[in-house]
Design a protein around this ligand. Structure first.
Ligand code: CTP
Ligand code: CA
Length: 220
């Protein structure tokens, strides 16, 4: 197998890819989640394997087929994802495509919550910003993050790139029909730490994955 991988553009490179949503538990039968399908991260994993990389794919709840050739780690919560990322941080690059919850219930009820008269509010606490942790603790790993923005897109993405000490941020535009969380297509802009900007057309997620990995290959 290693013989055949020689000559491929990511041969010998180790890449950690995260994908999908996180589910934050409220009680034994309920959680808070988000609309991420995991498709973008899975497409990246598949394309990276094709290019010869050794891929660890850490993914939240999804309905996708595990790409062959990846080491697959299934997680549920943001805290699980953080632990899996820390344990697998020794990589050449990390691509953080997971949609990580920013808040999690401060307490998980051990029993199913019963409804009461009146409204309900659930106290929430912050989760760890995993990419920020990576930016602060990296030892040469190239870091690629995603930013999903609805307004002031470029400014917000640049701010995240800087705050999290990333090499690249992939801006996902929600303004375009056919782009974003659920579908099979995506429209991205790639920004790097040297203020280079590449805007791409609406494409299939596997073609978007190729554009992102081309950028990664420039960095490695
Ligand atoms: N991210 C992370 N850990 C978190 C939250 C986000 O690693 N707890 C990562 C995401 O995987 C993504 C990047 O940070 O690659 C940006 O996520 P995003 O939600 O767009 O930005 P936030 O920094 O969470 O800021 P906000 O949601 O307020 O826009
Ligand atoms: Ca967020």
């Amino acid at each position: 197998e290693d013989f055949f991988r020689q000559g491929l553009s990511l041969a010998g490179k180790r890449v950690l890819i995260t994908a999908g949503p996180t589910h934050e538990k409220i009680d034994p039968v309920r959680f808070l989640g988000n609309n991420s399908s995991g498709k973008m991260g899975f497409a990246l994993a598949e394309e990276a394997v094709k290019r010869g990389a050794k891929v660890t794919l850490v993914a939240g709840p999804n309905h996708l087929e595990i790409p062959s050739g990846v080491e697959y780690i299934s997680i549920t919560s943001a805290q699980d994802l953080f632990e899996a990322c820390k344990a697998n941080f020794d990589q050449d690059a990390v691509i953080m495509a997971a949609a990580v919850a920013d808040y999690t219930p401060a307490h998980v009820s051990a029993v199913k919550m019963k409804k009461q008269e009146g409204d309900l509010s659930i106290p929430m606490k912050r989760t760890t910003d995993i990419l920020k942790w990576m930016g602060e603790n990296k030892k040469g790993q190239k870091l690629i993050g995603f930013a999903l923005e609805t307004n002031d897109e470029l400014d917000n993405a640049r701010l995240k790139l800087k705050k999290k000490k990333l090499d690249v941020i992939v801006l996902n535009s929600l303004q375009d029909k056919g782009a974003g969380f659920k579908g099979d297509t995506n429209k991205i802009t790639i920004l790097d730490a040297n203020n280079n900007l590449q805007e791409f057309e609406l494409k299939s997620k596997s073609d978007v994955a190729s554009d992102i990995l081309n950028k990664l290959e420039e960095l490695l």
